[in-house]
Design a protein around this ligand. Structure first.
Ligand code: ZN
Ligand code: ZN
Length: 536
């Protein structure tokens, strides 16, 4: 049996692991490379396998760095079942269409530039239609149940407290009468996070494939109550300042955690005056995700959340308002006094949050609240670093608002918590493969695990391990490019579509370039001739 690392190997994103046994190959996760990882020598679609040959795909959780290339896998011919928890499948049902929309927009933008520069047009990585096909292949399961995946493979999902539906996956593979248990940790969460349960460890593993995002860090511990108290203090001060309280938050996960605390403050009346403050969710994906969170309570909530849910709908209260359309979003600007505005993206580098910052940052009555990590180079990082003036949407804006940070919202276990999670596995793994981390984090965690007596390996990109012999293969990789004639040559319909887009762009340019009506008529007739030639 062989284990191959097709992503998140000495990198944080793009999780994708392949098990090959005498019955074929299956995958665990098929994520997109993001941020610095995206600038690699490999293209997004460079799978080191033929997608049509993969028997099944198992997903640890819905984050795009674990699921973002699933529609591309399907587009390239993968026909097997996609097995995940019900919540992961529901979250993929909103996150993958959102991802396709981004791919389509990016391609359209690129094509407008390419057209002007006379370069060939590009196709989106995948489309909404590819996602629609993908979602039909999902086979949701529940935590704790052993399910048959394909002949020779069974699996069980265990809650790891990272995101709604997140799981570690135990996989039993039987080859030549011998069964081997592989455990994929997925992303491991932390104890005492809002809404979801604490991480659990599986009881046994022959081999463990484990994340190491914060393998070199120790977080400050804060309980659920401490996080709520900190958030309540910031809201109290914000209400006293009198202006809007703007909260940048990831649409899936963080937005619901903040709503959960606000609901709890309202029920327990811990922030006087909060009941009069309108709370806006201004993010279409955030609104959809909140519906998924509301629907997955029975299986995913922890005891405190279940108790709160008994006192009424968890994510509903009188002052909650949602802005689904762009027009609804703009209307928030006209709201008077203090309003809480929760909007994406969490680091302020995209999305509607930028408009709210542009409209509110210069006012001394405004409060901006950050509840998550802010990467270097993002607007969020500049604000938390104390910038006094920033540029948003091309406009310089003075920062007179009160900038606040609340701690303890990280979704990833730290070094100590990762070690505890491994130590709680009763039957120790013969080998641990460390993935999903930067070099410094992986190396630090490797040292600690070795101190605890484990045998640790750090796979490189596309490396394959023979689990019987312990040999490492295939550092040199033959990448499977899309079959020539399939994607390389677009179909006639997509050709006409591309030509129409090209024509629209050229038309707009022609209108802008034509000083007189006669010039415009000449330019348009020339375009018509060109189009006729190209479609021949
Ligand atoms: Zn994750
Ligand atoms: Zn991840």
């Amino acid at each position: 049996m062989k284990l191959r690392f097709c992503g998140a190997a000495r990198a944080v994103t793009g999780s994708c692991h392949m098990i090959t046994f005498d019955g074929g190959s299956i995958l665990v996760d098929c994520g997109m490379r993001q941020g610095a990882d995206a600038k690699s020598e490999y293209g997004e679609g460079d799978f080191p396998f033929v997608p049509g040959d993969i028997k099944a795909l198992l997903l640890t959780h819905a984050h795009i760095d674990h699921t973002g290339l699933v529609p591309l896998l399907v587009k390239r011919g993968f026909k097997g079942p996609i097995v995940s928890t019900e919540a992961t499948s529901k979250l993929c049902g909103i996150m993958l269409p959102d991802s396709a929309h981004i791919q389509e927009q990016d391609a359209e933008y690129q094509n407008r530039k390419n057209e002007r520069a006379g370069k060939p047009l590009v196709e989106p990585l995948y489309t909404s239609q590819d996602v629609e096909n993908t979602l039909k292949q999902f086979k949701p399961t529940v935590y704790g149940k052993i399910v048959d995946i394909c002949p020779g493979v069974r699996a069980r999902f265990t809650d790891v407290g990272h995101l709604l539906g997140s799981s570690a996956i135990e996989i039993w593979v039987t080859e030549g009468g011998k069964t081997t248990r592989l455990v994929f940790s997925g992303d491991i969460g932390r104890d005492d996070r809002p809404i979801i349960k604490d991480p659990e460890s599986p009881e046994a593993a022959d081999y463990l494939i484990m994340e190491s995002t914060y393998g070199d860090r120790v977080h400050e511990v804060s309980t659920d109550e401490e996080k709520e108290a900190e958030f309540a203090r910031v809201l109290k001060n914000g209400i006293a300042r009198g202006g809007n309280i703007v909260i940048p938050a990831f649409a899936v996960g963080r937005t619901q955690e903040l709503l959960y605390y606000i609901k709890r403050m309202l029920v327990n009346n811990t922030v006087p005056g909060l009941e009069k403050v309108p709370v806006y969710i201004d993010s279409p994906l955030g609104i959809k995700a909140t519906r998924v969170y509301a629907a997955c309570g029975a299986e995913c909530y922890d005891d405190e959340t279940k108790a709160l849910a008994r006192s009424g709908d968890l994510f509903e209260f009188d002052t909650l308002k949602v802005a689904e359309t762009a027009d609804e979003s703009k209307l928030i600007n006209e709201a008077k006094g203090c309003n809480i505005i929760i909007s994406a993206s969490g680091m302020c580098d995209a999305g509607r949050i930028r408009h709210h910052l542009k409209n509110n940052l210069f006012k001394a009555t405004t409060t901006v609240v950050f509840a998550g990590y802010q990467a270097v180079g993002t607007i969020g990082r500049m604000l938390t670093d104390g910038a006094k003036k920033i540029k948003i949407l091309g406009v310089p804006v003075m920062v007179n608002a009160d900038i606040q940070r609340i701690q303890g919202f990280s979704g990833h276990a730290d070094q100590r918590e990762l070690l505890n999670w491994v130590d709680e596995i009763d039957q120790k793994p013969a080998k641990i493969f460390l993935v999903h981390g930067e070099d410094s984090a992986i190396d630090a965690l490797k040292d600690k695990l070795e101190e605890h007596g484990y045998n640790v390996a750090v796979p490189g990109m596309f490396e394959e391990f023979d689990l019987e012999s312990g040999e490492v293969y295939a550092t040199e990789t033959k990448l499977v490019k899309p079959a020539a004639g399939k994607e390389a040559k677009p179909s006639k319909a997509s050709n006409i579509k591309a030509e129409l887009k090209r024509l629209m762009v050229a038309l707009i340019d022609a209108i802008q370039d034509s000083a007189k009506v006669q010039d415009l008529a000449d330019n348009v007739s020339e375009l018509a001739d060109q189009l006729e030639q190209r479609l021949k």
